[in-house]
Design a protein around this ligand. Structure first.
Ligand code: PBG
Length: 313
């Protein structure tokens, strides 16, 4: 009876697995602050994508960890840069079974660690960054990415990238806008995962955690600019924003259960302080209940297995 009247079902196709790919390593490297998550090598990536496809996941979101960084984030627009190479590898391994997506942001590629390029005074230069994003979008599309994850929170980024894609004939490449991305402490373990060099914070371009109305407003602006999917991030602490966006949006609404949300449950479970499996499933159910159509989560593959076994019903 409970199964019959359940309001929220979980399905593997609604899950997206974030995947880190590190340049210059021959074997996967564990990420200390995210137990169970690794930086893949180009050699280990095809199996990871194959496993995600076999698990029935909706997609993978690729993040590159380059060996060399500079002020402009040149590696991001180099066809031989790690993210673009990894995209080609992932597209081949997926063979159309899931959607290969790429993080479109400069932070992994800049030596200062910011999501954009800086002006003379060391501040993030919004409009100069848009030019870099346009170039990145073209390289990622050429590499075969089907959905570009615009996570940099620059104003006008969706319109700029859509325009660049259409101009170059990539009208089929879709845009996932990280619309309501909050300046969050929960990104801490991710910054380990990509070996971020950031000093300071991203409060000049990411949203203030106290602002609910602004999250919805950002999503509406991105839809106007042509976003195919809008996202709220982090997920668990922003379910009100997620519910607002889900109620108003005409396009699919996703949420990103971020690194810190992952690590907190893993850490508590490792101490025996929480029932790991129940907590993971409940966290996901809450995010879906609040209105997410699909969710990026580091537990995607394991959750898919639990779903298949009937453990989530
Ligand atoms: C930016 C980006 C970040 C995350 C995804 N894309 C980091 C940031 O804004 O500092 C965080 C994801 C996570 O914490 O799991 N490229």
């Amino acid at each position: 009876m409970r199964r019959l009247v359940s309001e929220t079902r979980l399905h593997p196709a609604d899950l997206v697995l974030p995947v880190f790919v590190r340049e210059g390593v021959s074997a996967p490297v564990p990420i200390t602050s995210m137990p169970g998550v690794v930086q893949h090598s180009l050699e280990s990536l095809p199996d990871a994508v194959g496993a995600a496809a076999a698990a029935g996941l909706g997609g993978v979101m690729l993040f590159g960890v380059p060996e060399v960084r500079d002020a402009r984030g040149s590696g991001a627009t180099d066809p031989d840069g790690i993210l673009n190479v990894a995209t080609r590898v992932a597209v081949e391994a997926s063979a159309g079974r899931l959607v290969v997506q790429t993080d479109l942001c400069l932070d992994e590629f800049t030596d200062h660690g910011h999501c954009g390029v800086l002006d003379d005074r060391g501040r993030v230069d919004n409009d100069a960054t848009l030019e870099r994003y346009r170039a990145m979008a073209l390289e990622q599309s050429r590499a075969g990415s089907e959905l570009l994850g615009l996570s940099g929170m620059m104003d006008g980024q969706v319109a700029a990238v859509r325009d660049a894609l259409d101009d170059a004939g990539f009208s089929d490449t879709a845009i996932l806008a990280y619309s309501a991305k909050y300046a969050s402490a929960y990104y801490g373990p991710f910054r380990d995962a990509v070996e971020s060099t950031l000093e300071g914070d991203r409060r000049s371009y990411q949203l203030d955690p106290g602002n609910r109305r602004e999250g919805l407003r950002e999503a509406m602006i991105d839809i106007d600019e042509g976003a195919d999917v809008v996202m709220v991030k982090p997920a668990g602490s922003y379910l009100d924003v997620l519910a607002d966006v889900a109620a108003a949006s005409e396009v699919p609404v996703w949420a990103y259960q971020v690194s810190g949300e992952y690590s907190m449950i893993e850490a508590a479970a490792a101490h025996g302080w929480i029932d790991r499996k129940r907590a993971v499933i409940e966290s996901m159910r809450g995010i879906r209940r609040a209105g997410a159509d699909a969710v990026l989560t580091y537990w995607a593959a394991e959750l898919a297995e639990w779903i298949r076994n009937g453990d989530t019903e």
